[in-house]
Design a protein around this ligand. Sequence first.
Ligand SMILES: [Fe+2]
Length: 308
Amino acid sequence: MKKIGLADLIAPISVQEFFSSNWPLEPLFIKPTPGKLQTIFELPQLQDLELLIAARQRQVRACLPDFDDEYSSIHLQPSDALKAYRNNMTLVFDSMQSQDATIAASLKQIRQDLGLVTGGEENDLCKARSIAYATPAGCGTRLHFDANANFVIQIQGTKTWRLAPNESVDFPTERFTTGSLEMPAALEKQCHAHLIDELPEDSMTCVMKPGCVLFVPRGYWHETTTEEDSLSLNFTFSQPTWADVFTKSLQEVLLRSPEWRELADGLEGTDAARKEQAIERFEFLVKNLTEELPGISGAALLSEGGLI
Ligand SMILES: [Fe+2]
């Protein structure tokens, strides 16, 4: 099986250098090197947009022009995608790994090279996915940050990225787009300062041309513009937190106990007595757990949760 790994993706930067200087917090822009990522550039469906659409067996997302953000999008049949593109709508091809074995194998290899934990296929904590973006000239994405880490390979055309560190929230677990009317409740609790609505003047500019690779860390502000048609391929990884790891492994431990498997009965509803009884029951379980926890090692939890 043909595939690329992290070393191929970030060459000529070494994996060691990437781990010590970039991953997971600092962006990295890598200029093209002759012959780099040939395995990806040779894929038939990445040769042009028509071939990408022809290879598509599931729906394509088309970004609505109202908000310049991929989350304001509609699903289209592949047969309608080109029409939307010609009407200046960015096309998003989710789950590229499901339509190409090389992309699937590369995605898995890069995830493993990064050391990202999944915890098994069910409730996968990492949700590694590959997404292709076809952006017409004169379009772009408004300023936002993502809760995942992104590796972007520019396949065709040019896309200009502007990036800046996030001084308002560390390790966000939610994405945010400037101009959104509502902020996710979880994010609101995580911010320690107001979010910006435009990039500072000293932000980093990367002009992505074919063969360029960009690592965009989770939470890092970015916006994009295109002056010509652009096609890029992303490898995207959710960022499993220690909280995810702990709750997933603890859940496995708890579910071995019949008491913790009981129905959490009566917590909601109008019956005050039942509600009080439910809270009391939960207090009892939590108290017992806190007494047991000191005897449980982190390694044992991880192993129980299938995380190591
Ligand atoms: Fe993004």
